[in-house]
Ligand binder design. Structure first.
Ligand code: DAT
Ligand code: MG
Length: 140
């Protein structure tokens, strides 16, 4: 069986705040390997595909607008259990609720209603990981 892979994004707020290296450091410190890393400006088309499951939700339009606000660091990380493992490194979706020790818990701010500015994305299942890696890294 090939090693498990996940798609991690350092969202535009994380890139703007200079936290890309800190996120990569935590991924590597945990023992995962970096397979691909690329700074990319997302497009509406890419985000529509990436966030298809959220289309129609009240936070969808502000989420896409935020994700278009600057470059995103796209990362493929590999290792045993990396899909749930990175999600536990990331912490709860809302940075105000994320536990200390997690990326969102340590580095997130009190964003009020702006839950979308939660620094990172991590795939939530093997199916999402395969789909999302194909969207962000079509050559992989
Ligand atoms: P996660 O990123 O933890 O997988 P998700 O897939 O449910 O969370 O949602 C995708 C992104 O959408 C999330 O990172 C931030 C934003 N989001 C989710 N729920 C939200 C809400 N209630 N209000 C504003 N943004 C939200
Ligand atoms: Mg999700």
């Amino acid at each position: 069986e090939p090693p498990e892979r996940t798609l991690v994004l350092v969202k535009p707020d994380g890139v703007r705040r200079g936290l890309s290296g800190e996120v990569l450091r935590r991924i590597e410190a945990k023992g995962y390997s970096l397979v691909a890393v690329e700074l990319k400006q997302a497009t509406t088309e890419l985000l529509a595909a990436h966030y298809a499951e959220h289309e129609g939700k009240p936070f969808y339009a502000p989420l896409v607008e935020f994700m278009l606000s600057g470059p995103t660091l796209a990362v493929v990380a590999e290792g045993q259990g990396v899909i749930p493992g990175f999600r536990s490194l990331a912490g709860a979706t809302d940075p105000t609720e994320a536990a200390p020790g997690t990326i969102r818990g340590d580095l997130g701010r009190d964003w009020g209603l702006k839950v979308q500015q939660n620094l990172v994305h991590g795939s939530d299942s093997p199916e999402s990981a395969a789909r999302e890696i194909g969207l962000w890294f079509p050559h992989l």
